[in-house]
Structures are given as structure tokens and as C-alpha cells.
Design a protein around this ligand. Structure first.
Ligand SMILES: *[C@@H]1O[C@H](CO)[C@@H](O)[C@H](O)[C@H]1NC(C)=O
Ligand SMILES: *[C@@H]1O[C@H](CO)[C@@H](O)[C@H](O)[C@H]1NC(C)=O
Ligand SMILES: *[C@@H]1O[C@H](CO)[C@@H](O)[C@H](O)[C@H]1NC(C)=O
Ligand SMILES: *[C@@H]1O[C@H](CO)[C@@H](O)[C@H](O)[C@H]1NC(C)=O
Ligand SMILES: *[C@@H]1O[C@H](CO)[C@@H](O)[C@H](O)[C@H]1NC(C)=O
Ligand SMILES: *[C@@H]1O[C@H](CO)[C@@H](O)[C@H](O)[C@H]1NC(C)=O
Ligand SMILES: *[C@H]1O[C@@H](CO)[C@H](O)[C@@H](O)[C@@H]1NC(C)=O
Length: 572
């Protein structure tokens, strides 16, 4: 009500919703009137995830830190909340949380981008020259790579960008290439020969590939005769990202600086509506990426996030010496909802990303800056959750919260056996092993955005399995009961991680609740699950509930649980 909605509409609306709930029917919110939908749009709009003031967004583009300012560009439809007319929106920030929207950076005005200014990346060359390379679509919908430069490097916000005279700088030609499958160039890096390199997502002879290009001056590019990497286990790769990491070191590396001994390289690609990655080494002599292990079945490729997270892009933040990754999270309501809301698409919280000490798995954690939004800390120590226990976490704004909880296993004897075939379809396993299905250890976790009678709720939970050598932890974010509205997309997302329970008995969960976003980090960031939910309970004024629970036969302790209400970030 703080937003000042006409009171009579709320009354009208609540009675409409509750009538339908009483009758046990599924609730639909939009068909009645525009006034109702404007209330809904405010309630589902996020408070601290990145969104421009209105309209459609998709991929994050060209993130960078330059002269004290973070830049976030994004695929943007200036004319509506469905995909189309794509140009580059632009927002700037000093802290990655509060954003100032500025004018669009790249618009469709040359033959090589007249049908769309699509995804690309920023590179800072010669120490202080930002340069962006992006994909344009021409009249025939061929995909070409173009360059823009800031008009005035001294403008702190870099508001205006100028197209290079020699655009397009890369044509979609050459052996094995399909001109409509050639896009999303990476940030550039310098090889031992002093030349710049970029990778471009493509389909090469029908297979997914990151094509490699070289240049002296970032303008005149030559295709290298082999790709950086390609795989016959998939088709088209979008949004490749290539970076270096040091095992066990949460500091980031600048790919163009000297890479220390022992560093590994990561190649990320977007396909099948999710972001996957391989860890390996960059063979400087052959100028190729060599993954540590090659998996023929792409269902087994590692994932950046096991939920709704796509087209991510990372950058090296020279201010704090870390690598940050951003991803796009779409709406999962209907297109007509999006039209009624006037906006669609958010970006996940920017995450610090680094490699575990075994050199096997990327870890991610929300940037520390978001902690500045925390208010009214509540905490509990030494809770014990026996089978069937449900502990209500009270005292925070349950629709805008940050929750951190440690679950400590009192015993690991009862772990059920692990079946490796689950790895092929973890969502299926999360549907079978839901929050109400008792296991030896787990399910235990959080229930968020729950209505009074639990008819609506989203459960984020763990289960522990014993595999031959070690323990495998399943983390699910189950949206099947997240909304009573019909026609929503409500999967049960899930991922597994290996955990040394002999050494460490505590499994941590952090969940960021932001109205229609539920973003969770399990095991210290080993599995991340971003999700969108549209619960009726957010529209109702009663308020949602939040619980910690255990439905496994082994008691779990909660040595520490902390929760905060989250303030609204400034940018809307
Ligand atoms: C948005 O719509 C207006 C009016 O129809 C049109 O003139 C303009 O070119 C459109 N902008 C884009 C980026 O498509
Ligand atoms: C460039 O930006 C700076 C800082 O805003 C401003 O003082 C200067 O006049 C601008 N130069 C031009 C040519 O616009
Ligand atoms: C190129 O890719 C497009 C889009 O996937 C496809 O429709 C077309 O058949 C491909 N062309 C060739 C020659 O393979
Ligand atoms: C572009 O680079 C290639 C390869 O280095 C070189 O042969 C060619 O002359 C260059 N073209 C221009 C216009 O500089
Ligand atoms: C696919 O690539 C692998 C190596 O990565 C190779 O062993 C295999 O023969 C290839 N399969 C086909 C059908 O080309
Ligand atoms: C725990 O299991 C019981 C019995 O199956 C079920 O009624 C309850 O909803 C479950 N708790 C959660 C949080 O799913
Ligand atoms: C986001 O929306 C869901 C539900 O409509 C689709 O299933 C996903 O494919 C889509 N994700 C992307 C990356 O487009």
C-alpha cells in the first residue's frame, strides 16, 4: 500500500481472489481489468534484482568497470515488453546494486545492424580504451560483428557510443559457417604473440563451436583455421564466455594480464535454455581450449545455474580484483501477463565466481555489496529439526528477504544410496523426491512464499546420498506449488554436488527472495538455482510465511539461521 494504490481496487481485488480460493478454483488475475493487472505488476516487480524502469530485457551485454563506474548493458526492446526491436539499453552504477538508467548505447542505424543490435562484450584495450564488439543482424538476417567506441571517454557514464567506420568488422563467411548461426562475441584477450583474440558463438558444420578470431588492432580480424573449441555433442552455442581462474582462489584474473602458473581456463556456452561450462587449459601453442574431461552426453556438462539463468557474461572487476558473472532470467508467466505488466526479464544478482580448490567446480556467491540492503536482522541458534518439524521464521519481510542457514547433520549413517542415472535428469528426480517424500537424510531446507495453509509455497531443499567414494547432495528448488494461478511454468529445478561429509557436516543454504525471484545458493555456492514465481499470496495482503523444515528421518541441527528484510535498490 506504500506505493499508493487506490484502496478500493485492493478491496475489489482481494475479494475477487478469495472468492475463487474459497471455491477451490485456480485463480487467474488478469482477464478482469487493467487496474487489477497494474497492482499485480507492482507486486511481482523485483525490488533489488536488476530491471530497467520498463519493457523487455534479455541478455546482459558488455559488463565492465571503467573509471569508477560499473556499466551494465542489456538486450532491450524500447517499444514494449515482448522481444523485438532489439537495441542496447544501458545503466550505470557505483556499487552494482543501485543503478541509473541512461540513454540506449547502441541503436539500429547501419546496414549491418538494421535488424537488431544483439549480444556482445566490452574490452578495455591499451589500458584505458573501452571498445564493444557486438552482433548485428542485417536485412537478410545474416549475423555480423560490429564495433562501437565511447564518443567521449571523459564522460563518466560513457553515455554516447560511436560506430566504427569499418563495420561490420567480421562477416559470416568461411568454411562450415552458417550466416544465421554466428553471434555473441566474447571479451578480447591478448595471446603470447601480442595479438588480440575473441571467440564467437557459432554452429560449425552443424556442431556447437566457439570460433577464434585474431587481430592486431581490434578492427581488422582474421579467422583462425580451427575453433577455440567445438563439440559434436551439441548444436549452436550462444553467448560463449572464456576466462581464467586459480583453483581455490576467490580472486579474479584478467585474461589479458599475465596468467599465473596453475591457473585453469573456463569455457562457458549457452544452449538448451541453460548455461553450461567446461574447465580445462588453454593450450597457447595450439591456441585451443582443452577440457579436462570430454563428456559426450551434454546433459552431464556442468551448469552455472540449475534454474532459470541464461546468456550469462562475466567480467574482471579491477576495483575489487574479482570476477563477476551476470545472467538473464526470463518471465515464466504468459506473454499477455508481460504486456499487462509492461515489463519482462530481470538479471540475476551479480555473483562473484571462482574455482574450488580441487579445480573441478565453479563456486558463486552474491556480490558483497547487496548486504548493504539488509535490514532488521533476526537470528536463531541451536535449533533442532526432527522429522516432520516446521519452524516458522518470523520478523522479516518475507517477500523481500535474504536468508542464510546452516544445516548440520547429526549422523550420516542413514544416507540413501545414490543412483548415477539421476544425473541425466535431475528435474525428474526432484519431482520424484519432493519435500514431502521422506528420506534417510533429508529433505530439509526452506519453504518460502507460503500461504497460510501451505496451498501455495516454494520449497528449496537438500537430500544426502551415499555414492561409492563420497556423498552426493541433491538440491532442489521446487516450484510445483509456487502459484495457484494457472498456466505458470512450474518445474522442480535441481542439481547435485559432491561433498566431503567426513570432513564437514554443515551444508549451507542462502536464499534471496525478491517478490517474483527466488535465487538460492547451496553448499557455499556449489549449486545455484534461480527461479521465478508468481504466487497469489504476494498479491493478497495477508503476507507470506517462511519456514525451515526437515522431512528426513535423521534429525538435523541448525547451528545458525539469519534472515534480513531487504530494502529496495534504487533504479526503478
Ligand atoms: C518504436 O516505435 C516507434 C513508433 O512505432 C518507431 O518509430 C520506432 O522506430 C520504434 N523503435 C524501435 C527501436 O523499433
Ligand atoms: C567530455 O566529457 C567531459 C566530462 O563530462 C566534458 O567536460 C567535456 O566537455 C566532454 N567533451 C566533449 C567534446 O563533449
Ligand atoms: C542455418 O541455420 C538456420 C537456423 O538454424 C537453419 O534454418 C538453416 O537451415 C541453416 N542453413 C544451412 C545451410 O545449414
Ligand atoms: C588485416 O590483417 C591481415 C592479417 O594480419 C593483413 O593481411 C591485412 O593486410 C590487414 N588488412 C588491413 C586493411 O589492414
Ligand atoms: C565426436 O567427437 C569425439 C571427440 O570429441 C570423437 O571421439 C567422436 O568420434 C566424434 N563423433 C562423431 C560422430 O563425429
Ligand atoms: C513434510 O511431509 C509431510 C508428510 O508427507 C507433508 O504433509 C508436508 O507438507 C511436508 N513438508 C513440506 C515442507 O513439504
Ligand atoms: C524462459 O521461459 C520458460 C517458460 O516459458 C521457457 O521454458 C524457457 O525456455 C525460457 N528460457 C529462455 C532462456 O528463453
Amino acid at each position: 500500500m506504500a506505493q499508493g494504490w487506490p484502496f478500493f481496487l485492493l478491496v475489489l481485488f482481494s475479494s475477487y481472489v478469495s472468492n475463487h480460493l474459497v471455491n477451490g478454483e485456480r485463480v487467474f488475475l488478469f482477464p478482469q481489468s487493467h487496474k487489477v493487472s497494474s497492482i499485480v505488476s507492482k507486486r511481482y516487480r523485483t525490488a533489488y534484482h536488476f530491471q530497467p524502469p520498463k519493457n523487455w530485457i534479455n541478455d546482459p551485454n558488455g559488463p565492465m568497470y571503467y573509471n569508477g563506474i560499473y556499466h551494465e548493458f542489456y538486450q532491450y526492446n524500447p517499444n514494449g515488453s515482448l522481444w523485438g526491436n532489439i537495441i542496447w539499453g544501458h545503466s550505470v552504477s557505483t556499487d552494482l546494486i543501485n543503478w541509473i538508467p541512461v540513454e540506449p548505447a547502441i541503436e539500429r542505424d547501419i546496414p549491418s545492424d538494421i535488424n537488431g543490435c544483439w549480444t556482445g562484450s566490452a574490452t578495455i584495450i591499451s589500458g584505458d580504451q573501452p571498445i564493444i564488439i557486438y552482433t548485428g543482424a542485417d536485412k537478410e538476417n545474416r549475423q555480423l560483428q560490429n564495433i562501437v567506441l565511447p564518443k567521449n571517454k571523459s564522460d563518466p557514464y560513457l553515455r554516447e557510443w560511436t560506430k566504427a567506420g569499418n563495420n561490420p568488422v567480421i562477416q559470416p563467411v568461411g568454411p562450415g559457417l552458417n550466416a544465421s548461426q554466428f553471434r555473441d562475441p566474447t571479451t578480447g584477450w591478448i595471446g603470447p604473440d601480442g595479438l588480440w583474440r575473441i571467440a564467437v558463438g557459432a554452429e560449425l558444420n552443424g556442431y556447437g563451436a566457439a570460433l577464434l578470431y585474431k587481430s592486431q588492432d581490434f578492427l581488422n580480424w582474421t579467422r583462425v583455421d580451427h575453433p577455440l573449441y567445438s563439440s559434436n555433442a551439441s548444436s549452436m552455442w550462444e553467448c560463449p564466455d572464456f576466462f581464467a581462474v586459480l583453483p581455490g582462489n576467490s580472486g579474479g584474473l584478467d585474461l589479458s594480464a599475465e596468467i599465473p602458473n596453475g591457473a585453469k581456463h573456463v569455457l562457458k556456452m549457452s544452449l538448451d535454455s541453460c548455461d553450461k561450462y567446461m574447465i580445462g587449459v588453454y593450450d597457447l601453442k595450439r591456441d585451443t581450449f582443452m577440457p579436462d574431461s570430454v563428456l559426450d552426453d551434454r546433459r552431464l556438462w556442468s551448469r552455472i545455474d540449475h534454474g532459470n539463468f541464461y546468456a550469462s557474461k562475466s567480467f574482471f572487476d579491477s576495483k575489487k580484483g574479482r570476477r563477476i558473472i551476470w545472467g538473464w532470467t526470463n518471465e515464466t508467466d504468459s506473454s499477455s501477463d508481460d504486456v499487462a505488466k509492461g515489463w519482462a526479464g530481470i538479471h540475476a544478482i551479480p555473483r562473484t565466481i571462482w574455482l574450488d580448490s580441487y579445480g573441478k567446480q565453479l563456486l558463486q556467491w552474491p556480490v558483497e555489496e547487496i548486504e548493504s540492503l539488509r535490514r532488521n536482522e533476526i537470528s536463531h541458534q541451536g535449533l533442532e529439526l526432527k522429522k516432520g518439524d516446521l519452524f516458522e521464521i518470523k520478523g522479516t519481510d518475507t517477500s523481500q528477504a535474504d536468508v542464510e542457514v546452516d544445516f548440520e547433520l547429526t549422523s550420516i549413517d542413514n544416507a540413501d544410496p545414490f543412483d548415477p542415472s539421476w544425473l541425466l535428469d535431475v528435474e525428474k528426480h526432484c519431482r520424484e523426491a519432493g519435500a514431502s517424500v521422506q528420506g534417510g537424510i533429508g529433505p530439509f531446507g526452506l519453504v518460502v512464499l507460503a500461504s497460510d495453509n501451505m496451498e501455495e509455497h516454494t520449497a528449496v531443499h537438500f537430500r544426502v546420498y551415499k555414492s561409492q567414494q563420497s556423498y552426493m547432495i541433491l538440491m532442489c528448488s521446487d516450484l510445483r506449488w509456487s502459484s495457484l494461478r494457472s498456466g505458470m511454468y512450474t518445474p522442480a529445478y535441481g542439481g547435485f554436488f559432491e561433498f566431503d561429509l567426513q570432513k564437514e557436516r554443515k551444508i549451507s543454504l542462502r536464499t534471496l527472495i525478491d517478490r517474483s525471484a527466488v535465487e538460492s545458493f547451496g553448499g557455499g555456492g556449489r549449486v545455484c538455482i534461480m527461479a521465478r514465481v508468481y504466487p497469489v499470496v504476494l498479491v493478497d495482503d495477508g503476507g507470506a510465511h517462511m519456514y525451515a523444515f526437515n522431512n528426513g528421518s535423521t534429525t538435523v541441527r541448525v547451528p545458525q539461521l539469519r534472515a534480513w528484510s531487504m530494502s529496495r535498490a534504487e533504479h526503478k
